[in-house]
Design a protein around this ligand. Sequence first.
Ligand code: KIV
Length: 311
Amino acid sequence: MSSGGRSHTAPPSSDRQPMTLPRLLEMKAAGEPIVMVTAYDYPSATVAEEAGVDIVLVGDSAAMVVLGYPGTEPVSMEEMIVLGKAVRRGLKTPLMVGDMPMGSYEASNELAVQNAQRLVKETGCQVVKLEAGGIAVERARAIVRSGIPVMGHVGLTPQTATALGGYKAQGKTAQGAIKLCEDALALQSVGCFAIVFEAIPAAIAEAIAERLEVPTIGIGAGPATAGQVLVFHDLLGITTGRMAKFVKRYADVHETMVSAVREYGEEVRSRHFPEPDHVYAVEPAELQEFRRYLEQESLASKTSWDWEPLP
Ligand code: KIV
């Protein structure tokens, strides 16, 4: 995917057009990699905006990296909506994807459409994403028919990780790869405009992506997908502990934050903070008048104390 010496840095936000679905197809056709990242609040959205990414996913990974749940299963529609609204306020140009949390779409087409509409109406996301094949294919069809574009997600689908045998790569056997291929083709056939490939061997992802017309966005699926996605907190090193094999850390923000807060604590304790630059001044005449008032007040309260009869 050589770009013949062109700059790989996105132009500033003011020079970019808002991302559209036809533009994503053009990018895939031109072999121009699509950059996607997750965001969960206003600051992370403004970072994604300034960095010039193409797609921002308000992922249900928020459950783990922002809300501290052990998995993605517990996060609710209400929680996703609060996060999505904050992201919307920080975005101008990237396409905004709202992730449908577990339990918000599986039970019926009606429920799926209702919750997809909630995400779009209440957060301002333009499209939604749901996980896995199987029943999700029917739900994706219903949502697409209702007029909301859908991004599919195959491979390691964290909402159903237990059924998949845990957080591990999928499609490592021929049978597993066939299932992935069938799921991806089914999602494309019901109108999904793009499909996330998560934790799939690179050769399998490449072979399936070649059969698809829609863009594929990989996370742990090798370099052949039309785009890549990473979780904001993972790529910045805000999350700590063991990372999935596919995570590349571009910074160690957790360490930077801890040392900054530690230094702040030390300066408060040693009375080095606040410094003169951090305090507000008051006109000397105003201060003098206020002090006169305090003196009179303390005189008056002293007098009234003196007059107070003993119990
Ligand atoms: O929720 C999420 O962050 C995701 C990405 C890993 C694609 O689904």
